[in-house]
Write a protein that binds this ligand. Structure first.
Ligand code: BES
Ligand code: ZN
Ligand code: ZN
Length: 496
């Protein structure tokens, strides 16, 4: 799918569909939409006064063969109230328009930006909206609904003076959205097609293509480094674990600057282990590697965007299986840091593998850590599939991330980390235990466990268990993997 900028006036654009949006304020036919109305001889005003065209969020009005235009169709998308309009709204309605037209076999369309809307940010949001909306999860379907592919999109409404800003935004949007789809593609893979070894191979191939350094630690190296927490989860599976390390080093790096560690949980399937999960819905646990996939997608985007900050991505990967060799509740493990852990529940495995990944990242020299993980069912109870749960040990660093989330249009919500919660994981027979002692606050307990290993290094934890997977398709996104948090992380590193 090609996205280009076209400086022609909209009346002269030859396309299968011209698309624009309108607002739900008193008079929806204003500005550029009024120009279209004039070109079509007052058709839109008529529709508005009949009550059919209101501008309500994601209201679609499709007009065939509009008089006075070269376009075969005119599609008007409601954008809701102007006051609450943002880049996030534009991204969503662009995506929804693509999916609407694609379902109707439209192959080429032009999207008209509104008056004063021809900016780099708008071009970026549009590219992101279109490319993420175009992603389908039909990889393993033999009938791919042939013919329903959008081939080209033109962005219209950019004048000559706005063109270079538009081109720049378009390019950034493409890089970010394609990386988000790279992540979603990994998350969508079932566990028989994506074992820790295969994930490591795919990470290696991505790194090679992107020009990034890669180091894959196999089970022997993991044992040599005494990563006892990761090994304890992996021991129940016939599939060996991997620790995937991908590094981005900017060309003219000045020494002494920050090194950002991106650590992501990649359990390619979580049965729960001996503390086995119920059968109902267990198939979804193939997405328990979404945190790792998000970090790999993020560093893929950074390799192309080239910020002036060093970034090290560390992804611990394993299956969590029951079996004759599996760890059992009550087992005591020694993590790479030397801390001992009493494993009270083998289903709280994400924090175990992250603990060794964080210790290793610190050994590699990271000065700041962000981890992303589908860590707890409790975050779904707290925030549903709407907000990412954010936890942090350093408010300044956490505020930066929250500001990036806002800028990237991703919903995130910080949860508290009072010292009182730390008591929940004090061990009876070891230094710490991997679940709280039955007092609720499951997501915070999980975060505290990880924080114990980050120590004094500024650290942020993103619990994406509720947001990494959409159970239902949205008008702008297919059902399944969302690629959440990637845009925020890219923004965080770029503005660091
Ligand atoms: N992978 C799960 C968390 C999860 C739940 C992800 C729902 C996506 C959707 C994690 O490893 C887990 O099982 N956590 C346990 C922790 C508990 C035993 C303290 C949970 O949330 O039940
Ligand atoms: Zn689990
Ligand atoms: Zn898990």
């Amino acid at each position: 799918m090609q996205i280009t900028l076209d400086t022609k006036t909209f009346g002269a654009v030859e396309t299968d569909a011209l698309v624009t949006h309108l607002f739900e304020d008193g008079e929806p036919i204003t500005g550029r939409v009024a120009e279209i109305d004039a070109a079509t001889g007052g058709l839109l005003k008529k529709l508005a006064s009949s009550g059919e065209l209101t501008g309500k969020t994601l209201e679609f009005t499709l007009i065939h063969a509009p008089a006075g235009m070269k376009a075969a169709r005119l599609l008007l998308v409601g954008a809701g109230k102007k006051d609450s309009f943002s880049g996030a709204t534009l991204r969503k309605l662009a995506g929804a328009a693509l999916r609407y037209l694609k379902a109707r076999s439209v192959k080429n369309f032009a999207f008209i930006v509104r008056e004063n809307g021809a900016t780099a940010d708008a071009a970026q949001a549009l590219a992101e909206g279109f490319i993420t909306a175009n992603f389908e999860t039909d990889k393993y379907k033999t009938d791919k609904k042939n013919g329903k592919e959008v081939e080209s999109i033109a962005l219209v409404g950019f004048g000559d003076s706005e063109k270079s800003a538009g081109e720049k935004g378009l390019l950034i949007g493409k890089i970010i959205a394609e990386s988000q789809n790279f992540t979603r593609d990994l998350v969508n893979e079932p566990s028989n097609k994506l074992t820790p070894r295969i994930l490591a191979e795919k990470a290696g191939a991505m790194a090679k293509e992107a020009g990034l350094a890669v180091d894959i630690l196999d089970e022997k190296k993991i044992a040599e480094l005494k990563m006892g927490a990761l090994l304890s989860v992996a021991q129940g599976s016939v599939e060996p674990p991997r620790m995937i390390v991908v590094t981005y080093t900017p060309a003219n790096l000045k020494p002494g600057g920050p090194v950002i560690g991106l650590v992501g949980k990649a359990v390619t399937f979580d049965t729960g282990g001996i503390s086995i999960k119920p059968a109902d819905g267990m198939e979804k646990m193939k997405y328990d590697m979404a945190g790792g996939a998000t970090m790999l997608g993020t560093i893929r985007a950074l390799a192309a965007l080239k910020p002036n900050v060093k970034v090290i991505c560390v992804v611990p990967s394993t299956e969590n299986m029951p079996g004759g060799k599996a760890q059992k509740p009550g087992d005591i493990q020694t993590a790479m840091s030397g801390k001992t852990i009493e494993v009270l529940n083998t289903d709280a495995e994400g924090r175990l593998i992250l603990s060794d990944a964080i210790t290793y990242a610190k050994q590699l020299g990271v000065t700041h850590i962000v981890d992303a993980a589908t860590l707890t069912g409790a975050i779904v109870v707290a925030l549903a599939n709407v907000n990412v749960g954010v936890f942090g040990s350093n408010q300044e660093f956490t505020d930066k991330l929250l500001a990036s989330a806002k800028a990237a249009g991703e919903k995130m919500w910080q949860l508290p980390m009072d010292d009182e919660y730390r008591e929940f994981i004090k061990g009876s027979f070891a230094d710490i235990q991997n679940i709280g002692s039955g007092k609720g606050g499951g997501s915070i307990t999980g975060a505290w466990f990880i924080r114990e290993f980050a120590g004094d290094t500024p650290w942020i934890h993103l619990d994406i268990a509720g947001t990494a997977w959409n159970d239902d398709a949205k008008p702008w996104l297919a059902k399944g993997p969302t690629g959440v948090a990637l845009r925020t992380l890219v923004h965080l590193v770029q503005t660091y």
